[in-house]
Ligand binder design. Structure first.
Ligand code: ADP
Length: 261
């Protein structure tokens, strides 16, 4: 009888694993479908703008039209880069291109992207930045990706008119610390580790906003590539703070850079 129970448990376990595998595959396919959808917008805008030029029959092209095409091709490039980075991350082939960077200026440059968004949703957006440059050896594109994800989440998971988002930057002797705080739906304690798993989304998160559950897993890997740490503090219906701590002078990055990574 005992034997029978063990057998049954094993079968149930195998069934669960199979189900998890199926969900992961499903989530990956959804993710790629979503990205493909996003790629269509800049592609469409580029071809529409070119079509307009061709159809105008005029011998000259306006700088304004070219700027539009240029902007959208950059966007396209960036999206494709993100897809490739995610694949590289999965296979462990993503390296940093570290250089001395003013983190204060980097964060400040992101602010305009979110000001309008937050205003439209009736949320405040605050950047608490030092008054002077804060130099660190980082990969600026990767830090931008980290910040974009954290700020977008803070915005997405805060209901309209319910407070807002605060980004702060400080430093101690060896590290700089970025905090992204929101006054949103929060994350239950039991899920605060799982949200860093690829394709994981909370039930409450699903109800609040769309997403694919890939962002935070990618963010954590990028922080770790910088020899840093990411943690989360959150209370349901009060808000969430993500804390990113990264060494100012990262020897590992220099080594990677020298080895041609
Ligand atoms: P996505 O937002 O695309 O679902 P992420 O990997 O960025 O993917 O986040 C994973 C999950 O963590 C989200 O689905 C959401 O449930 C939860 N989450 C992330 N950031 C926040 C936040 N600021 N407040 C509340 N929940 C959050």
């Amino acid at each position: 009888r005992k034997h029978y129970v063990v057998q049954r448990e094993k079968a149930a376990e195998a069934q669960r694993e199979k189900e998890n595998e199926r969900r992961l595959t499903e989530a990956k396919l959804d993710f790629f479908a979503g990205i493909s959808h996003e790629l269509r917008t800049p592609c469409f805008l580029i071809s529409a703008q070119i079509e307009e030029i061709v159809n105008s029959g005029s011998g000259t092209v306006s700088v304004g039209a070219l700027k539009g095409i240029y902007r959208n091709s950059l966007k396209l490039n960036k999206l494709i880069g993100n897809v490739m980075d995610i694949r590289k991350m999965e296979t462990g082939n993503l390296n940093l291109l570290a250089r001395d960077t003013d983190v204060t200026a980097l964060l400040r440059s992101l602010m305009p992207d979110y000001e309008g968004l937050c205003r439209q949703k009736g949320l405040y957006l605050k950047f608490d930045l030092p008054n002077e440059p804060l130099l660190a050896r980082i990969d600026p594109d990767k830090i931008e990706f980290i910040m974009t994800n954290l700020i977008t989440n803070a915005y997405k998971y805060t209901p309209s008119g319910k407070g807002g988002v605060t980004v702060s930057l400080t430093k101690d002797d060896s590290c700089f610390v970025i905090k992204v705080n929101d006054t949103g739906i929060g994350i239950v304690k039991d899920m605060q580790e799982a949200i860093f798993n690829p394709f994981f989304r909370t039930e409450r998160g699903r109800k609040e906003s769309v997403g694919d559950g890939i962002g935070l897993s990618f963010v954590r890997k990028l922080v770790e590539l910088h020899d840093g740490e990411i943690s989360v503090e959150s209370e349901v219906n009060v808000g969430t703070t993500f804390i990113v701590k990264i060494p100012l002078d990262n020897k590992l990055n220099i080594r990677k850079l020298k080895s041609g990574g």
